[in-house]
Design a protein. Sequence first.
Length: 347
Amino acid sequence: MLKQLLAPASWLYGMAVTLRHRLFDWGVLKSEKFDIPIICIGNITVGGTGKTPMAEMIIGYMSQMHRVALLSRGYGRRTKGYLEVEPMSHYRDVGDEPLQIKRKFPETLVVVCEKRADAIRRIQTAHPEIDLIVMDDGFQHRYVEPKINIVMVDATRPIQHDRMLPAGTLRDLPEALHRAHYFIVTKCPEKMAPIDRRILRKVLIQVAYQKVYFTRFESFMPQPLFPGEALAPSPAPGGKVIALSGIGNPKPFVASLREYYDVVEEVSLDDHHVYKVRDMSMLARMVGQCPEASIVTTEKDAVKMVGSSKIPEEVRRRLYYMPINISFIEDSATDFLQKLEEDVRGN
């Protein structure tokens, strides 16, 4: 019933997106090409599809051969304009995901700017040594024409059965997928049936050169946010945990925790949630009601709390984050990254 009520709004949204694409296709709105290779990592749906772990994988590999910069809009920040992210920046100033990447790769130039073309020109002027830019979440932007488009696809939310916002999760037209060079299908079941892979390939591939890779998220042992204060190096397997997240799609995170722990509470907040004192007070109450429980959150949420002085001691001692990376199911990550490097160097 709700989807039926939202259908007119979805139709209007789809028409607006279609018109915008036509304006770019007709040259009314201009896409700008640059002489520096740009890898764009994007998606056509709202919610988490794994863009940040993919950006981290690409930066880690490409930094061996290139001087890489990461360019992001810095979603949710309270600042405007061009900013270079430092490891000690505040996430409210630069965004949670750019700060997470900067702390993992302190030698990498990380820039936030809502006007991507302006930012690229400034990077080229201020940092002439940079010879590769990874642009986060720019597939819909279109004011910049990247050399390579990587589109992340959530296997748990098939595009062919989805609808445009607000009735569904599509923020762009499925027809726009013809501009992609690589599709990374994330959150695949470990034993994904060959027929399911064939169906997805048929849905996604619209141009002969497009490549599809199937992946899943690999979780690691939770790590303490405050190692010097933690009650233990990691929660004991089978122990009670409170799952805390402010991400687009928390279901895989919670499901991964349930494989190893007894999840006694789920606290799922909005994507890019800004943590406040009342959130910490709520966690303190939960810990008071279940003193043996640990609190496990995501890397993206952890970066917003690690510098906070407003977290109660009983919460700090029990607060852990769960690292993840992308694991390729069929082909190896090396195969994908080597092909990507060939495309960066080629025409």
